[in-house]
Structure formats: structure tokens, C-alpha cells
Ligand binder design. Structure first.
Ligand SMILES: Cc1cc2nc3c(=O)[nH]c(=O)nc-3n(C[C@H](O)[C@H](O)[C@H](O)COP(=O)(O)OP(=O)(O)OC[C@H]3O[C@@H](n4cnc5c(N)ncnc54)[C@H](O)[C@@H]3O)c2cc1C
Length: 337
């Protein structure tokens, strides 16, 4: 049945887009678009035949009451669980020491990307278009169209662009009201190496989470020690953002070889994992400079009916994406309904 609520589109189904949709849902007819085949953006899980890897965000914290209370239902139904890894710290001088980190860490179950699917299962009235790269936005405020190749969607009364700033920039005119704030936001890359071991080759580990004082490597997690994971022994290794930025256009096999060599040298753990062995490049992994958005953790241009949200509007974490998306939703509800 056609709803008589105003139609609103959200491009990007990462945490900011999902949080925004959730805050708007009762007041608008929501359509969600994403260029990927799955939901959740950088909160992502790659599945091989016998292994699974959270190759984007590893875990998250909930420092604000708003985020903690939004997460509560997922905790209740088992889709959110605490993770208490054993930490180790590898120093630049070759030292190695147990690292004490008692802060609460949470993961989504059965993989980080589960949050999108779980949320959508509970919101059957949201329209979802995956594998749908929005390449053009046309029209005016109140009557906006989204184009994905040959297809056109709309009209929408408002469009939220919930994606990294460079991707927003590709869809808006250079004179949009928030052009300067958009330009001020800088993102930086990262590479994730995924190693899936067959049972007989799984290394004997005495840590689940490693932090590196190193020019190339930043962090590593034994993914299979997170709660609710299925599949074989799996390690994710991530670079230092600054290193990736310098090597962002490099061939992924070359990057993989460098990462493996460094990981073996520092940890002594072999990387010839024959179950799965790949590298993923994140061009816009983390916020280097957040948008200068004058107090609001989102960007809005009333004249065009376009707004932008994402972690980069206030920080670099999942919680920042959530707070940006939900603040934008609260503002749009107060202004447009
Ligand atoms: C390697 C890595 C490790 C991280 N580790 C952590 C961590 O441990 N803890 C933590 O809290 N955070 C971590 N983060 C950061 C965290 O993932 C982000 O803060 C958060 O997921 C950002 O959500 P978002 O909605 O702002 O953007 P995104 O998740 O990037 O969502 C943007 C979405 O927009 C879609 N999109 C873009 N352009 C278009 C288009 N033209 N048409 C259609 N769809 C489009 C994309 O496909 C994507 O799904 C990590 C990130 C990376 C990459």
C-alpha cells in the first residue's frame, strides 16, 4: 500500500545511514541505497569457504548513553556480545609485553556486518536497493531524483548522503552550502590482510589482539576468537594508515607480501595460511581531519534538500557514525515534519 509519509532516500548503509534511517523511520517513507552487495559499509565481514574475517571495523565501544541504549535490543537478542581479547604490544625495539586494556569492547554476531541485516529484519517497511551505485543526483529540494546507471529513483523530498566526504563530493554541486566543510574533512586509507588457516596449520597463539609500534603494521586480531564466529582459525592484520596512504595505489599482492613478511618478523607467526590469504584496500578507512561543521555533527543544505552524515563529521569510530546519523535524523524530523 502507498504510504502518505514524505519520501526520503539515504545513500549509504553504513552505521551513519542506518542510524539516520532508524531515527527517521516513523515519519518518512525510507529508501536505502548502497553500491555494495551487502549492508553495513566499513563494518564489514568477508566470508571465504571455511573462514570469516571482520576486515573493516574490529570492535567498538559505547561511550555515550544514546549509543548504549540504542544497542540494548541487540544485546538482548544475542546479536551484540562483549569481546575480551588478550592483548599484546610489540615495541619498535623488538620488545613484547602483555598490554592491559580493560575497556569494554563489543562485536556484532555472527560477524561485524550483521548489524545491517539484523536491523533491517525488524524494519520491513524500509525499501532497500543494494548493488546500486548512485552516480547522479538531479532535481530540486522537495523533488530530488537519484540515478543508478540507467535507472532513476524518486522523487524524494530529501536525500541523505551517508558516505565518506570524497564520495559525497562526487554527487553534489561545487557550490553546495556545505562545500567548505566537506573539503575540510580528510580521510586516510588502510590495508587489511586476511589469513585463514586450515586446522592442521593453525598457529599456537597466546594473544588475540596485537598492537604494533611499527611503521607498517598497526593492529592485528585473531578473528576466530570473537564470540559467535564460525569457520576456521582466522587472523586479520591491519596497516598503519599513514603507510597505506603512501602505498594506496600499489598492487595488492605486493602490499600483501610486505605485510606478511613484517608480521612474521615481528610476531614469529607464519603467514602461509592455505585456507584464505588475501588483502583488501580501504581507500577511505579513517578520518584524519573531521569536517569543520560548526557544532552540528552533520552537514545540511536546505536549498537543495541534501544532507551529509558519517563518522568524519565528528570523529573516526562506529560510535561517531551513529551519533552523526542520529543527530541528523533528529534535526530532519524537527524541520521537515
Ligand atoms: C580497516 C578499518 C578498521 C576500523 N576499525 C574500527 C574499530 O575497531 N572500531 C571502530 O569503532 N571503528 C573502526 N573503523 C571505523 C568504522 O568502520 C567507521 O567509523 C564506520 O563504520 C563508518 O560508518 P559510516 O556510515 O560513516 O560510513 P561507511 O561505513 O563507509 O558507509 C558508507 C556506505 O556508503 C556506500 N556508498 C558510497 N558511495 C556510494 C554511492 N555513490 N552509491 C551508493 N552507495 C555508496 C558504501 O558502499 C558504504 O556502504 C574501522 C574502519 C576501517 C576501514
Amino acid at each position: 500500500m502507498e504510504s502518505n509519509k514524505p519520501k526520503l532516500a539515504i545513500v549509504g548503509t553504513g552505521m551513519s545511514g542506518l542510524a539516520c534511517a532508524d531515527g527517521l523511520g516513523q515519519h518518512f517513507e525510507i529508501s536505502l541505497f548502497d553500491k555494495s552487495r551487502g549492508l553495513s559499509g566499513r563494518i564489514s565481514t568477508r566470508r571465504g569457504k571455511a573462514h570469516a574475517f571482520d576486515h573493516g571495523a574490529q570492535y567498538f565501544r559505547a561511550k555515550t548513553e544514546l549509543f548504549a541504549s540504542w544497542l540494548k535490543p541487540f544485546e538482548g537478542n544475542g546479536h551484540l556480545q562483549p569481546w575480551t581479547p588478550r592483548h599484546v604490544y610489540f615495541g619498535a625495539d623488538g620488545s613484547r609485553k602483555a598490554h592491559r586494556d580493560v575497556s569494554s569492547k563489543f562485536v556484532f554476531v555472527s560477524g561485524m556486518s550483521a548489524i545491517g541485516k539484523v536491523l533491517l529484519a525488524d524494519r520491513p517497511d524500509w525499501k532497500l536497493y543494494l548493488d546500486c551505485m548512485v552516480d547522479l543526483v538531479t532535481g530540486n529540494a522537495g523533488k530530488i531524483f537519484l540515478h543508478c546507471g540507467e535507472e532513476r529513483f524518486g522523487p524524494f523530498s530529501h536525500v541523505v548522503l551517508a558516505m565518506p566526504p570524497q564520495q559525497v563530493q562526487a554527487l553534489v554541486t561545487p557550490n553546495i552550502a556545505f562545500a567548505d566543510a566537506l573539503k575540510s574533512a580528510q580521510m586516510i586509507g588502510c590495508h587489511s590482510l586476511m589469513l585463514g588457516y586450515r586446522d592442521e596449520e593453525a598457529p599456537d597463539m597466546d594473544w588475540d589482539c596485537a598492537h604494533f609500534e611499527d611503521e607498517i603494521l598497526g593492529f592485528s586480531a585473531v578473528n576466530s576468537t570473537k564470540p559467535g564466529r564460525s569457520g576456521g582459525f582466522a587472523i586479520v592484520v591491519q596497516t598503519k594508515h599513514q603507510w597505506s596512504e603512501l602505498h594506496i595505489e600499489n598492487n595488492l599482492d605486493t602490499v600483501g607480501s610486505i605485510m606478511k613478511e613484517r608480521f612474521e618478523t615481528i610476531t614469529g607467526i607464519k603467514t602461509d595460511a592455505s585456507g584464505y590469504n588475501r588483502v583488501h584496500r580501504w581507500r577511505y578507512a579513517s578520518t584524519q581531519t573531521a569536517a569543520a561543521s560548526e557544532g552540528s555533527p552533520y552537514l545540511l543544505d536546505k536549498a537543495t534538500g541534501l544532507s551529509a552524515t558519517g563518522d568524519w563529521c565528528r570523529g573516526s569510530k562506529i560510535e561517531d557514525a551513529f551519533l552523526s546519523g542520529s543527530a541528523l535524523a533528529a534535526h530532519l524530523v524537527s524541520q521537515l515534519t
